[in-house]
Design a protein around this ligand. Structure first.
Ligand code: GAL
Length: 373
């Protein structure tokens, strides 16, 4: 997504305006260009993958995986094609208009000197999300922390007094150890070889792809892919947002949902997500619920236009409510380059609703505000 200037006025009119008000008239109108290289304000491609956005005090902060270096496929991940670059940590960019992004550096760097550290370069740091806790006045980051072969399946937590960091890493765990979900059935509690919920009950539930969502009442929730990526969990956080509160639900049971992005519209909760095929694209899915813990009703693939059946070759990461605009959302996707992960790009598209109230994401080569339907 390059910033492409589009001048509103003819050349003579423009010259007059420059004379009248140089600062205002010089301002180009930028467009979002989904899937194109998107440079930051210093001219370098934005490096913040699998990310999310926090709006704080009028500034948008974009956090994402910093991916730099050679892409490799280690033996342990060969069967499922899990290519990697070494973990670079969590990058942060800031913007006041969503087009122009300033690189704020690494909010949470990886750790080069200690191979046993959770944030060691050989390990996995994915899908970071940051929320602000008004009570503690802290910025709280949750991320998917994992071993190089993705078997640890942990959630990592970090805090900072400033949105740009540096964040202090508090550690990682599998959420909800020793707690049954709100919608547990007698059968769920019976251990057997395919019952991963019961298997992981004592030590905590697996947590891979994840997102955070803060509700209108200030309560925060983590959505994470659990049970060997088979089922999503919605897990309420403690008031300080640092731990699971011990209240969670299983949703989209057995649907192998990844890359969840959650938002709220007219009192209902919505989710956009992907199926489970690594970096390779699949058809996006969406769902709605009146209660955040479920039940969630699937609404199908929200994507429309060329290659919609493969989510425009992308995978969801976040849905951003646009500040100051009622029910205007941007759906954010990653365009993964599986064999050159550092060159992965971004696809941001407006999210609308059809007559049946289902979310719709229509492909556009470029777009800008106000969105033309
Ligand atoms: C995807 C997942 C990504 C990353 C990738 C690794 O399924 O959504 O966040 O974990 O697999 O191959």
């Amino acid at each position: 997504m390059n910033l492409k200037p589009i001048w509103r006025f003819s050349a003579p009119a423009f010259a007059c305006l420059v004379a009248l008000n140089a600062a205002w008239a010089n301002e180009p109108l930028a467009t979002f260009q989904p899937g194109q290289v998107w440079n930051d304000t210093s001219g370098k491609p934005i490096n913040a993958h699998g990310g999310g956005i926090l709006l704080h005090a009028g500034v948008y902060y974009w956090y994402g995986e910093f991916k730099e270096g050679r892409t490799y496929l280690s033996l342990v991940n060969k069967t499922w094609g899990g290519t990697r670059v070494i973990a670079g940590g969590v990058a942060c960019y800031s913007s006041t208009n969503l087009y122009d992004w300033k690189n704020e550096g690494l909010a949470l760097p990886s750790v080069a000197e200690d191979p046993d550290h959770d944030l060691a370069c050989e390990k996995v740091i994915e899908r970071p999300k940051v929320i602000y806790n008004a009570k503690t006045k802290q910025f709280v980051m949750w991320l998917h922390q994992d071993s190089p072969d993705y078997t640890a399946a942990h959630s990592g937590v970090a805090v900072s007094d400033s949105p740009t960091g540096p964040f202090k890493y508090l550690g990682s765990f599998r959420p909800n150890a020793g707690v049954w979900p709100l919608n547990v059935t007698a059968r769920d509690e019976e251990p057997n070889t395919t019952n991963f919920l019961a298997r992981d009950f004592p030590g905590g539930q697996m947590a891979r792809d994840m997102t955070l969502f803060v509700d209108d009442d200030g309560k925060a929730y983590q959505f994470y892919a659990s049970e060997e990526n088979g089922t999503l969990h919605v897990s309420q956080l403690t008031d300080d947002y640092l731990k699971p509160a011990g209240k969670y639900g299983r949703i989209l049971v057995g649907r192998s949902t990844e890359a969840p992005a959650v938002f709220k519209r007219n009192g209902r909760y919505y989710l956009i997500a992907s199926g489970c095929s690594g970096w390779d694209p699949n058809a996006a899915r969406s769902a709605v619920a009146d209660d955040i813990f479920g039940p969630w009703t699937e609404l199908g693939n929200p994507c429309r236009g060329a290659n919609a059946d493969q989510t425009f070759f992308c995978q969801s990461t976040f849905v951003l409510p646009v500040a100051g605009q009622t029910n205007q959302f941007i759906a954010m996707f990653d365009l993964w380059k599986k064999w050159d992960l550092q060159a992965s790009r971004y696809v941001w598209l407006p999210l609308a609703f059809d007559a049946d109230g289902k979310p719709v994401v229509q492909w556009r080569d470029q777009w800008s505000w106000p969105v033309k339907q």
